[in-house]
Write a protein that binds this ligand. Sequence first.
Ligand SMILES: [Zn+2]
Length: 377
Amino acid sequence: MRRTALRLGLLVLVLVAPLAAVPSYDFPERRPFAGDRWENPYAGWRAPFLKVNLHAHSRAWGGLTAGGSSAAELAQAYADRGFSALAISNYHQVTHLEAPPLPMIRGYEHGLNWSKSHRLVLGTDEAVGFDFPISTRSSRQWVLDVLRASGGLVGLNHPSLRAGHDCRDVEALTGFQLFEVHNAYATSLFEWDCALSAGRLAWAVGNDDAHAAREESIGVAWNMVGAEGATEPAILRALGAGRSYVVRGERGRMDVQVLGLEVDARGVMTLELDGPARVEWRTDGGEVRQLDEGVQVARFEAPRGARYVRAVVRTPNTEMVLNPVVRAGSWSSPLATIDWPRTVGGWAAWLLGALAVAALMPRRPHLSVVRAERRAA
Ligand SMILES: [Zn+2]
């Protein structure tokens, strides 16, 4: 009984102790987009957009993580289904392929924790290895800062899954550029609007999160990227600028495609499609402000108070999520900073706690004392 309690205590200690190192962060207040002009990520771009998946798992870590196919099989499956590029994002490991059948983007999924707070890191060779099994908002911020410093684009994967990054989290955290709004297991549009409403600008991505090269696992959600070419630098540049949109569908089929989105000097937005669809215009909090049925060209004039506008295009088989057009001019991207007095205070508290536990530990008599006692007996 005492043994079990001791083991349990040790386990908790191992899981929680790493948090002692985490600095306390000062999270900036909500800072909604502001200014007298609109910033349009699609400005000046006309189709084509390239079909890209950024989140899929192959067999890795000796089969421990749930990847059912080899990296080569997975890449072949995406090439066969007409994708222009693929990132294989295994946990904490950048996967390299000799002679891949389609252009590859280096990347990995970061996250070994109970709350499924997972991140996508793209365009880097070195995976950051550590994570906190049990995490706090400050530890999640710390991880984001470390990932960003390691280079590449950083995104939040499936934020709504097990509330890995919930609404209050994404309103507070800073330093992520991508936001996975759709994948096979979770939809996180609500969380994305939380982030956008708070002025945390992150571009939508959508991915299969495939765990095998099976027919039905591929083409569940994907990105249409306005890149100059199917190369890693061009695709990452476009993703980082928000020149892409997300499609949620089935087996990669598309009924219509986006041709372009323009905003004129008066703030009137014009979305052009290559076929008729239903278009929703949404503003802060994801509120639908206008609905256009069966249109190929849709126009919208943003209401005065709106801080961002995003369009959703629906067809019988797909939902397409466009990136937001945001107010700009007097808005700057917020950044969480370390609160040093609170951090040092926290470290002192951990140290005192550890000393207190050590002082309370039942003391075993020293071996020499035991021997001396035996001799005396
Ligand atoms: Zn994940």
